[in-house]
Ligand binder design. Structure first.
Ligand SMILES: [Zn+2]
Ligand SMILES: [Zn+2]
Length: 218
């Protein structure tokens, strides 16, 4: 799905009326003309307000049909079909332009996830915390993969995981519980605890925090 969209983003389509670039838009749910679907989730549309088709269309439709409207040139992806699509307002379709930067960001995030997931198997051996954190801190990763990542925290035994994990608001209470258990185990392995006042890591034996100087209940 994302790959299809990324391909469309790279495609260049030109309007035969104004030679301008066509804009990739989300298709409206229903074909304006005949009530059928477009057969595509995306359309390439000329949104140029100075396009001759669009400029002359208002008079043409007023004269021939007696109502307000004009035409936008449109092509379907993967098709030779082209349409002069009737629109009743200047703003039609301008709200359904595909947000290309958002799609690219989504794709980069997806690629990072895939790289991190692929690195999970070897990360304990290679002492790499980063892929585990990438998977755990991304709420869009499948829960099974995140559970696989949480199980690697204790074997990695790296206290650098504490701060990023503590700063993340986990939506899944079960996953959060597993993360908390792992952090507790890692701190115990290092004879450390978290100061309840300033959250710095300090020696488990400390009775005064070396960071905030507060007395700790023993
Ligand atoms: Zn045009
Ligand atoms: Zn403290």
């Amino acid at each position: 799905m994302l790959s299809t969209l990324l391909r469309y983003i790279e495609e260049k389509h030109y309007c035969p009326h104004c030679s301008g670039d066509l804009t990739l838009c989300h298709a409206p749910p229903v074909h304006v003309g005949d009530g059928l679907g477009w057969g595509s989730e995306y359309l390439f549309i000329c949104l140029n307000d100075t396009c001759p088709l669009f400029v002359k269309g208002w008079d043409y439709i007023a004269n021939h049909y007696g109502h307000v409207g004009s035409y936008r040139y449109m092509e379907l992806p993967n098709s030779k079909e082209t349409y002069n699509m009737m629109v009743v307002t200047r703003e039609a379709f301008t709200g359904s332009v595909v947000d290309i930067e958002a799609i690219k960001r989504q794709n980069e995030r997806y690629q990072r996830q895939q790289e991190a997931l692929a690195a999970l198997d070897a990360c304990v051996e290679q002492k790499q915390l980063a892929p585990v954190l990438t998977v755990l801190l991304d709420d869009s990763v499948r829960i099974d993969d995140r559970k696989r990542a949480v199980e690697l925290l204790v074997p990695l035994n790296d206290t650098a995981c504490v701060e990023p994990l503590r700063n993340h608001a986990f939506k899944d209470p079960h996953l959060e519980q597993e993360v908390n258990l792992a952090i507790g185990q890692i701190l115990a392995n290092h004879f450390l605890k978290e100061c309840p006042y300033c959250a710095e890591l300090i020696k488990a034996r400390a009775t005064v925090c070396k960071h905030c100087q507060r007395e700790l209940a023993t």
